[in-house]
Design a protein. Sequence first.
Lengths: 267, 298
Amino acid sequence: MFFSSLQKELRKTMAFAYKNIIMTRRNFFTVFETLFWPLISLFSVGLMGTYLEIGENKLAFIMIGAISLSVIQLAQLDVTYVLLFDVWSKSLKYTFASPSSFINMLMGSWVVGIIRGFVAFLILSAFSIYVFNLNMLSIPAGALALFLIGLFVTALLIGMSACILMLIFGRRAEIAAWTLTAIIMLVCGIYYPVSVLPFEFRLVALAIPVTHFLEYFRAFYGFSPTTSQPLAAGFGLSLMYLAIFLILSEWSLKRARKNGMIIKLSE
Amino acid sequence: MSYKTLFGERKVALRDVSLEIEEGEIFGILGPNAAGKTTLISILSTLLIPDSGSVSIFGMDAFKETKKIRERINMSSGLNLPWSLSVYECLKFFGMAYGVKDNRIEELIESFELSEFRDVEFEELSTGNKQKLSLAKAFVNDPELVFLDEPTTGLDPDVARKVRKKILKIHEEEGITIVLTTHYMAEAELLCDRITFLNHGRIIAEGTQDDLKKIIGAKDRVIVELSYIDTISFDKLPPEGIYSVEFRDEKLIFFVDSGEKRIKEIVKLIEPYWNNVKGITVEEANLEDVFLELAKRA
């Protein structure tokens, strides 16, 4: 009984991975999302660093930021696509009329986000080794894995918040899929240490999990983290936000069923 | 049943709607545009929560035990499915989303005559095939209860006929309870065991086709086709057995207890207009007559 219901839940979750894979494969912009923009970003940041002669460590600092930004943006887009594809196809009501839960949807699409994000990470890492002599893969495998997990969890959180915003504000919130990452990245010190931020912004930065994941990883390049346990801070905050967003997603879904948002997004 | 819109405005879509649907029947929800049919079906299919009222499906509270209910129901409403998925992929996706294995997909593709379009993406399909796919999707989880929202709207008459036949066939073979909305009276007459008429969010009549026809009190209608005439009036009152007379589209329609019995009296009545008469036919009163009568009363 338990295994059959587990199998059923897995099938439901994989339904959304299946849909995202097909729709992503047929989306002309996938290549641009996965390769073009991340490579352009990495290349320009790397060249700027070289031109400014900032030194090997600082170059690593900003390139880790550029790669992380691309990985998070890609993975979170996949999570957001679970709603966006349906909104664009006006088929959202069919998805929500099925017995799949919001968690099934998010998890299924997150799996695709992780795969796409990981592929992008490998390509960007190879590119940075080849062009800028920065080898992120030389960091201990366990640490690299924890850093990547942190990035993917962040992507899930951003994707969830974009989905929640869409259920609350409708199509007007679609833009959140592309802007949330940029806003968060501005504060979390993607190209600079959070210590350069004004005090109030620094407090905000410390409340964002990815700030700590970046600091954890950059510590391997000689940069001291703000907190003594950046990984614990990052995952602790992530768990807290995950719990909050799960409650918010249930609430927003119920609200969308009450005010007709699901029907409206299907018209 | 009313609900709050995004801006907090209270929208009253349905008022005092109360109905009971029997297991295994085809139940029709009829009404003009904006009558509240789609809102009602959205509530019944658990997509919309009204701010008052209750819905019980299979003895469960539709707003509390939603997941359990959704596993046993399905719906088809409109022609929108994920646009990049092919026929097969679409059914596979929904099969998985309902947690079922995909062994029914090929059967559904064949049964809804979609084999030729198996690998065609949804957005490339014709309207008829999109509708067929939407219907096939509604049966992907082997449901006990299916909601079909205007299943033949926008289809060619030939495709619409095939779709109606398919719905009847599935209902006969699998005994599924079907709730459908339509504004085609002939469709409701062909498919539905029981019907409810909605207008302005209210149920204005409910029952079997015979029950509903009793509302207008007539069994038959005698149609007198006229030409070159704008208005018509009679010197004397119609005799007993002729319940009402209507003049629409150059046709004079007499609602009578029996066409055979009343035809002579009708001929006498229209004698002054005899030169304008193109033909006389006797038909059974239909749901359209009921609906028009009810709309008049409302």
